[in-house]
Design a protein around this ligand. Structure first.
Ligand code: AMP
Length: 192
């Protein structure tokens, strides 16, 4: 039933877990707005905007951009009419402070989060996927040292976000090590 479908979702998972791939699938399949903070930041940097210059050093080091910067950047996207059919957050929130700000923004927009979905992938597999991506794409943050830092930050700062969100929304964990199409099907079931 369309009314019961949960289309305001946040996708979690460490770097290389397939969040971007699955978010793009949901955008095609459901027409939801795909809000990817990492992509937005890389775009700002490639355009050389003031924001892009501010965040470049964080991106290169694999460190989190300050919460205020991210929250300000994302605010208008959440209220975008294009998000009427729902939205999928990819890479946000990454800290408990961001999650609190998100809940407040969504409450005032009357667009509460329906579900958080986590793509679980073993660390060794993440590292080999990211090494492959480093060869295919020009991403300066897919080097071994920076990958290790991003995985550490995910564990220390982003895993606690799931405990926080679990107080108010269902948190569904999926096996992200399955083939892409199987993850997509499991995801559709999780939000149906
Ligand atoms: P991603 O493409 O999601 O892996 O993000 C790439 C990089 O962008 C991260 O390593 C951070 O430097 C930055 N970034 C993306 N999303 C956030 C966020 N929600 N909070 C802080 N930094 C972020």
């Amino acid at each position: 039933m369309a009314d019961a479908a949960r289309h305001n979702l946040a996708l979690f998972g460490a770097a290389g877990s397939g969040k971007g791939t699955q978010a793009k699938f949901l955008r095609r399949e459901l027409g939801v707005e795909h809000i990817a903070t990492g992509e937005m930041l890389r775009h700002e940097r490639s355009q050389g905007t003031e924001l892009g210059q501010t965040v470049a050093a964080y991106l290169d080091a694999g460190k989190l951009v300050p919460d205020e910067v991210i929250v300000a950047m994302i605010r208008h996207r959440l209220g975008d009419p294009q998000a009427d059919a729902g939205f999928v957050l990819d890479g946000f929130p990454r800290t408990v402070a961001q999650a609190r700000a998100l809940q407040q923004m969504l409450a005032s927009l009357e667009r509460p989060l329906d579900v958080a979905v986590v793509l679980d992938v073993p660390t060794e597999q993440l590292i080999s996927r990211l090494a492959l991506r480093a060869r295919l794409e020009e991403r300066g943050d897919d080097t071994p040292d920076v990958i290790a830092e991003r995985l550490r930050i995910y564990r220390d700062q982003t895993e606690p976000v799931l405990e926080y969100l679990a107080q108010s929304v269902p948190v569904v964990r999926l096996d992200g090590a399955q083939p892409v199409e199987e993850v997509s099907q499991a995801l559709l079931q999780a939000i149906a």
